[in-house]
Design a protein around this ligand. Structure first.
Ligand SMILES: Cc1cc2nc3c(=O)[nH]c(=O)nc-3n(C[C@H](O)[C@H](O)[C@H](O)COP(=O)(O)OP(=O)(O)OC[C@H]3O[C@@H](n4cnc5c(N)ncnc54)[C@H](O)[C@@H]3O)c2cc1C
Length: 198
């Protein structure tokens, strides 16, 4: 993030939002009639540590990891597989010489911790793919991994896979000027999400 919101307070019927440029350190103040918190994985952190307000909703951080292995097939098509656990994974051609396999659903506890593919996740993806491909993959075949964190609505589900991928928009009028917190959501549903608030 280049420009960080470092504080936001209600001020005479408006939100007074203070930002800091992370490169130059320059601070600026913006006044706004509405504040929308679309902080993704940081949505709860912003509520509690930047806005310093209360909100009952929580975010559940669920890590998704991918592995890259030398290419398993020669054509340009993709595969989707369902495993014994009911989850679906994909295997797709990656660059010219590789296959990308993903993804996982693992709770990511520490927001500040860089998401990385754990050994458990590597083995999970390798074993999953090995149920389907003739080429037997081993952990040593993995040339690269990458991971991301899904900012899901915390619905107190036990299993990370079962947590809803839907979004919720919570409008908080408590502070005279509206505060809108967005929980969950996907890139594919962002237009629908925006429409909901028109
Ligand atoms: C492994 C994985 C697979 C996924 N697969 C799919 C898929 O197949 N299809 C799909 O549609 N979606 C998918 N998603 C979900 C999608 O990537 C996310 O839901 C989406 O990126 C969320 O967008 P966002 O804008 O809410 O959050 P983000 O993209 O995370 O943006 C939040 C922004 O807030 C900024 N921010 C945080 N704190 C502050 C602050 N104090 N001041 C200013 N800015 C701040 C951050 O820097 C960041 O830029 C996947 C996610 C993962 C992790």
């Amino acid at each position: 993030m280049n420009t960080k919101v470092i504080s936001a307070k209600k001020d005479d019927g408006l939100w007074r939002v203070e930002t800091k440029d992370q490169t130059t350190g320059k601070r600026e103040v913006f006044l706004s009639k509405v504040l929308i918190n679309a902080g993704g994985p940081w949505v709860s952190d912003i509520i509690h540590n930047v806005l310093r307000v209360n909100a009952p909703e929580k975010v559940r951080l669920v890590r998704g990891s991918h592995i890259v292995v030398p290419k398993i097939w020669d054509h340009g098509k993709c595969y989707f597989f369902q495993g014994n656990d009911g989850r679906v994974i994909f295997a797709i051609p990656y660059e010219t010489d590789f296959t990308l396999i993903g993804t996982t659903d693992f709770d990511h506890i520490e927001l500040d911790e860089k998401p990385q593919c754990s050994e458990l996740e590597k083995n999970y993806l390798i074993n999953f793919a090995n149920q389907y491909f003739y080429t037997e993959l081993k952990a040593e075949d993995i040339v690269w991994t990458y991971s991301g964190v899904r900012p899901l609505q915390d619905t107190s589900e036990g299993n990370a896979t079962a947590v809803t991928r839907d979004y919720s928009i919570k409008v908080n009028w408590e502070y005279e000027v509206p505060l809108i917190n967005i929980f969950g959501g996907k890139i594919t549903t962002y237009r629908k999400l925006s429409d909901a608030w028109r």
